[in-house]
Every structure is written in C-alpha cells, then in structure tokens.
Design a protein around this ligand. Sequence first.
Ligand code: AMP
Length: 568
Amino acid sequence: MEYSILSDVYEKLESISSKLEKTHILADLFIKTPSDELPKVALLVTGRVFSTYSEYELGIATQMMIKAISKATGFSSEEVGKKFKKTGDLGLTAEVCIKSRKQVILFKRKLTVDTVFENLQKLAYITGAGSQDRKLNLIAELLVSAQPKEARYVVRTILQELRIGVAEGIIRNAIVEAFLYKKEMSKEEKNKMIATAEYAWSIVSDFGEIAKIAKEKGADGLKKVRIQLGKPIQVMLGEKAESIESVIKDFGKVAVEYKYDGVRCQIQKKNDKVWVYTRRLEDVTKQFPDLVEFCKKGLKSDECIVEGETLGIDIKTGLPLPFQMLSQRIHRKYDIEKMVKEIPIQMHLFDVIYLDGKTLFDKPFKERRKILKSIVKPIPKKFELAKQLVTDDVKKANVFYQEALSAKQEGVFLKVLDSTYVFGRHVDGWYKIKPIMETLDLVIVGANWGVGSRTKWLSSYVLACRDPNTGSFLPCGMMGTGLTEEQFKLMTDTLKELIIEEKGREVKLRPKIVVEVAYQEIQKSPNYESGLALRFPRLIRIREDKGPDEADTIERVNELFKSQGRSG
Ligand code: AMP
C-alpha cells in the first residue's frame, strides 16, 4: 500500500475532532488495507512502529532531525532551524522544506507503508559506532523519496508526535467497526463486540495483533486470546472516594491498604525469567536488576503475574524517597549498578492476576490476596506484601490511614473484598483516599511558546513564590494543564505584554499575573530556585484580585511541603 494513502488519512483525522467520524475514517482505512499490511497500519496509526512494551526506541532528537531534513532538502541546518522556530513542528518544517527543496531529485521511488515501517524500525536497531550518522542517512533517504505531506507524518512518527488525535478507544472501535459489526446487529450486540475487543486488547496490548485477529478470526478469535508471559497486560486502577466512611457504608468490610507512592510494577515470571513493566506497560526489567533478583528468590511459583508498588529508599534515613528520585531509575540506561546502590528499592505486592497457566481476573480480591500470600516468600524490607487491614470499623480504618500518612505514604486504598480484576477505573472495585492539598497563589514569571497546535500560544508557565525578604520571585514549578483553549488565548494575550526577554521558545516575564493552582504534592527539587517543585500543578483560576505582592511566600510553600510529612 502506498504511504500517501496513510498520510491522506492522517491529514483528514487531524482536521476533524468528532470521535465518531474519526472512527469511521479509520474503519474504512482498515477495510482497505491488505491483510499482510494491516498489523503495520494498525500500529502506525497509534503513532508507533513498536508496541509500547517493546524495548526498542527510535531515539531521534530534534537536532538530528533538523540535520536529516537539511541533508534531504539542501537547506542549511540553520535555515531548517529557523523554519522550525516559526512552526514549532518539525513535521511541518520538513513539509515546507520539501515543497521548496533546493536539490533536484533524479531518481525517486514512491514510499510504501512497508518501506516506511521497516525503515523506521531499522532506526531502532542501529547501534554502536557511527550509529548517529547511519540513522541520519536513513531518515534523509526516506525524506528524499517523500512527498511534502508524507514527510510531515514520517518526521512526526519518528519523533513520536503524530498528533492525529486518535486515542486507544477510537482505534479499538474502528477495528470493531471494520471487522466485527454486521448490519443487522442491535446496539447491545455491538456493545458486546466492543467489550470483546476491549478484553482482547487488555491482554494483548498491541493493535497490530488485535486488528489481525479481528480480521482473520472474528470475535471468537478475540475471545480466545491468552496471556503470553513476556507481554504486559493492562492494569486495574482506583476511583476517588468521598471518604473512608462512605465506602464502608456502601460495602461493609473492606481491605484497607497503604497507597504507596512509588512506581507500579507488573511482574511476570516464567521459571527463571522475570519481566518488569510499568503502569504504562514499558519494559523496565533492565533498570531493576535488584527487583528481578527479589522476584527469583521471593516468588515461589513457576509462572505468575503479580503486581505491586516499588519504592525508592533513602539510604541515610531508611524512609521512602519522593517519586521523582525513584523515577531517575526508570529512565536510566547506563550505570545501572550504581543506581541500584544509590537508590535501593522496596517492593510492596498487592495483587496476583495469573498463576501457572490460569488467569485470576474473575476471582474475588480477597481470594487473590490469599493466593498472593501463598506464593510470596517475603524478604524483609525488600519484598513484602502491601500492608493491609480488613475491617468495617471506620475508626480503625482512619487510624490505619493516619499511620500510612505518617509512614510517608500517599494515603490508602479501600478495596472491595468481592471485586474482580478489571482493567481501567471501575466502580465497585478499588477506592483511593488521599489528603486534599491546599491550593497556592503563585506568580507567573516565565513561559514557553507551545508546539504543534499550540504554537501561537504561550502554553506552559513558570510558577514562582515570593521571597518576602528580598522581594524576588522563586520558581517552584511548571504548569501546562487545566486551561481551556480560551484561557490559553487569554493568558497569551495578557502575558505577551509582559515579556522581558525571549530566547528560542522561552520567555522571561515581568511578575504580574497571579494564579491559584492545585497540585498533587510538593517535592524537593534542585531544578528550581526555590528548592521545591510542585508535582502536576494545574490551574484553578486566575487571581485577578491579587497582585504579585500578595502571592504565597516561600515559607508557606515550605510549610506545606513539611506538612506532607516527607523527608526529601
Ligand atoms: P492513582 O495514580 O492516584 O490513580 O493511583 C493508582 C496507583 O496507586 C496505582 O497505579 C499504583 O501505582 C499505586 N498504588 C500504591 N499502592 C497501591 C495499592 N496498595 N494497591 C493498588 N495500587 C497502589
């Protein structure tokens, strides 16, 4: 299939916002796609050439892409860089450059889905000496053969920024519409088909495979998918609860568990082989050799999938480290042994979903916990079961909650004893209770011009608190969420007037605008002048009634940080 068919579809998808229309367009594409190319196309529309859990990464940075576009089009890197600054999108930059390219192409092949897919995969396989040059050449070769529009999407795919606005649900529904719907089906029957596809996708999180099974074997094929150890499955999440009391009132006896603040790990074991996946199904086995060892020693069964939360531990105090410190271990590709020593971990297991060839999804939570207990040989302070209290006594549950907070954890989960394991967020399953954070009034002292559809807007903002002793403002976080389109526009218009200095996409601003922000928590951070960082700040409102001299002080932020009971 020609790649131009795909890039035309991408363009259409990019230009419309209706989910239903997007689904129809994708379903049409899937029907048109020849069988042998279907897995590739179904993966490409997710913006990837490897499934999420693959260890392969394309690893192409902005600068390399600029060089590749330069090589393919004859524009200098500076010229390409300038165009990039204007558009904020290297895909569009490539498109513009190719439209007006300086080099004459003598021989040009038409791009096919196969060539693009295979060459992009090749990028990930190139390693070792001279790999950067070889990657650059490969991208340039592709771009030489690309039509302008094709170049837009090849570049975006390589940079993993496809931006066609198709979320997982749309792709799933499109596969169902293409291969499972029959004209005479009732709405109920159609919903059943969607549930079947959803189930299959939770076990085989790869739309390439799902599309192939749906086309070749229909709904029966999807129903029959089985867990394959070495491939991650989707995970269950919690709902927010109003209070401990309300959950106990609704469900009676529940399991109250510490809500640990670390990294969720799905551990798969097959004899001597262990895999570790994050909640987003990334393979982090290599980053956690210590955890792999714990599993080999501490899991008594030959084949299983268990889940738990990994905490990073402060070697000096023995207390849990903030999530950001542990997250360094996830992203680390080298010096892993050093990291293992510097940031030791503790695993707290809370579920088992597969054991010796059988799935345990349908077993009630209380039974899964029993099974978990029976297959875990705890290693004290390293590999243990999550702390749990089964009770219907609100007072006892509250004491347990306070204990969890004093132990520097995030809060508690209340788990319904009879709940089955269903991926995603569901009612009647797991409920989370966390303290509500006080909001902060902070001053915006800087911002970044956005990328993609946000190029025209200042779209992420540097938040700062006030130092009453010096009158200066100390940055303590970056905010880019919680705003509507209108608010981005308004914010940009207001902030534009306050620009003091502009460097690339970054601007420094006169401190004038005060915003009220909520956040998940406050952490110590060397990255900000205040020494603290808000985690996931989001806009509550613009405080037009407040001037910068009324913004919250560094002392206040420090107080809130301490009241979370964190070490740091
Ligand atoms: P949230 O991210 O706030 O929706 O909370 C869900 C996350 O809490 C899960 O993905 C786990 O990483 C984490 N978690 C910590 N402790 C537990 C526990 N005892 N049971 C389930 N999830 C837990």
